[in-house]
Design a protein around this ligand. Structure first.
Ligand SMILES: Nc1ncnc2c1ncn2[C@@H]1O[C@H](COP(=O)(O)OP(=O)(O)OP(=O)(O)O)[C@@H](O)[C@H]1O
Ligand SMILES: [Mg+2]
Length: 511
């Protein structure tokens, strides 16, 4: 295997430190050979000296402080220590490269594979004698040798990226490699998510697992059941699966099984023919037909009325849609993703949900953790939202105060990411000094009481309290709560969204 980086002989004095909160001086040494990824010192250092800092000055007096670690000297009778250097930041890399490049040029061998370039008779020849340069590229190892070309360094680093990674991953335990792959998955997921609204933010290990599951299940065509509390990103997950599947570009149809009155849901899903029921003035296709070729997302599947569950099961078995009032079915090709924030297995035990339907839907399960269990992701998502929604206005807030960050961390987030979005957006309007404070987020500062800061906010707080009280009174029953408040069920669901209320959480306990 050829070298990844051109190495040059030098005589640069250097100092070696052990890394730590305060670098700890170990020894002075001379750098005998140097490349972008390694240095050979003339001194012996214990193998496995841990993370090191190598400090030296380039001839133009620029100070370099590079991190690295010792590696075994292979095939080398030389005395000394080889240090593998960690990837440098852009500036340092450029400075090093300027220095190295000037010293590579006079060489008549390829600095990567040492193959003779036709100018040095003593240089080794490659086995088929086919040494030399062609169009600025070494014929043996294939590296470009036109060092003066613009962007040489960036392109060389790109060309050799895979080999660099491979070499480094060998030094890391398989478990950690898996974690790194999950991070890569998360990046890939972002890169195929065209809509900025769909950006999925998170670095908590549980979320990295979720990203990895999405990537793996997306191309399979399996039905997926997405579980998680309200506002945790179930719909976002469903969209991400659709976008990463071969169905992307085809319809993605969402239907909320809880928000549509029971009588209408069957017609919405399956469609109807003219005259099938009072008010059916014309033939109408349902959501399954609209989603043909694409994906249907059945949100709040736990609320699907029992009678309709049998019909959905039949559909999942034969993929034929029968419109209401019609015997002849129509075959459709739809991938079914379903989500719920209720405990389906508990519903099965209570005979409220069909077990056979559960098995059908549950080809693969993805469970989204609640926001309160995602550690620093709260802060990460809050900052992301601030950037995303920042208006082009110099007075708009640009950051969170330390107290606001603390308040974000302390809050329990019953409405999860949706609640975070609402609070951040509101805070962006309320903040006065360019910095968001806990009160702007309507979060208590160091355990203080929640205070509304203007009339609108006071009205919202009161409305929220009334809804919660009515829900409690009605044992969490949405239809009865809507009636008692004198509003429609869909209007009540709108308020649930607005105020991050999960009616199920009120069934057995107070809010
Ligand atoms: N990790 C995340 N990063 C950025 N935005 C997110 C994340 N998770 C969720 N969101 C956003 O939060 C909002 C709520 O997400 P989504 O609608 O997918 O949640 P849900 O679980 O379906 O909620 P509900 O149960 O209330 O229907 C959406 O605007 C979504 O884009
Ligand atoms: Mg949803």
């Amino acid at each position: 295997m050829w070298r990844l980086d051109a190495r040059i002989p030098t005589e640069l004095p250097a100092k070696v430190y052990r890394m730590g909160p305060e670098p700890d001086f170990i020894t002075s040494a001379t750098i005998r050979e140097l490349s972008l990824s390694s240095a050979l010192l003339d001194r012996k250092l214990p193998e496995d000296s841990g993370p090191l800092l190598l400090q030296f000055n380039l001839p133009d007096n620029r100070e370099m402080r590079l991190q690295g670690h010792t590696v075994k000297l292979r095939h080398r009778p030389l005395k000394g220590t080889a240090i593998e250097l960690l990837a440098m930041d852009g500036d340092q890399g450029e400075q090093m490269w300027t220095f190295l490049r000037q010293r590579i040029l006079p060489n008549s061998r390829c600095p990567y594979c040492a193959c003779g370039l036709g100018r040095d008779a003593r240089a080794p020849r490659c086995p088929d004698g086919n040494c030399g340069l062609k169009n600025g590229v070494c014929k043996l190892c294939g590296h470009r040798l036109d060092f003066d070309a613009d962007h040489y360094l960036a392109e060389h680093l790109n060309d050799t990226m895979a080999r660099r990674l491979q070499a480094k991953l060998r030094l890391i335990s398989p478990d950690r490699v898996r974690k790194i792959l999950q991070l890569v998955d998360a990046e890939l997921l972002k890169s195929v998510t065209p809509d900025r609204d769909m950006e999925f933010v998170g670095t908590h290990p549980d979320m990295l697992k979720v990203f990895s599951l999405i990537r793996r299940v997306a191309p399979t065509g399996l039905n997926v059941l997405i579980l998680g509390e309200s506002g945790t990103g179930k719909e976002l997950t469903a969209r991400a699966i659709h976008e990463r599947s071969e169905r992307r570009g085809r319809p993605f149809v969402v239907i909320n099984c809880a928000a549509i009155p029971e009588g209408l849901l069957e017609a919405e899903l399956f469609g109807y023919t003219r005259g099938a029921f009072t008010g059916a003035y014309q033939n109408q296709d349902g959501k399954f037909v609209q989603a043909d070729g694409g994906t249907i997302f059945l949100d709040e599947i736990g609320d699907l009325p029992f009678g309709l569950q049998a019909k959905l099961l039949r559909f999942l078995e034969d993929r034929v849609v029968e419109r209401i009032g019609e015997k002849k079915g129509r075959a459709v090709d739809v991938r079914v993703l379903a989500a719920t924030n209720c405990d389906l297995e508990e519903r099965i035990r209570r005979d409220q949900f069909r077990q056979d339907l559960f098995f059908r839907l549950n080809g693969f399960t993805i469970t989204l953790p609640p926001l309160r269990d995602r550690g620093e992701d709260v802060v990460l998502i809050a900052r992301y939202l601030l950037q995303k929604h920042r208006p082009n206005n110099p007075d708009a807030p640009t950051s969170f105060s330390p107290a606001a960050i603390e308040a974000l961390r302390r809050h329990n987030w019953p409405g999860n990411v949706r609640e975070l979005i609402n609070r951040v957006r509101r805070a962006m309007i309320m903040a006065t000094e360019g910095v968001i404070e806990p009160a702007d987020l309507e979060l208590a500062d160091a355990g203080g009481p929640l205070v509304a800061t203007d009339l609108r906010a006071q009205v919202d707080l009161t409305e929220r309290e009334m809804i919660l009280a009515a829900l409690r009174e009605n044992g969490g029953n949405v239809a009865r709560t809507a009636r008692s408040l004198g509003i429609s069920r869909p209007a009540l669901y709108d308020r649930f969204r607005k105020y991050d209320i999960d009616p199920r959480q009120l069934k057995n306990r107070s809010h």
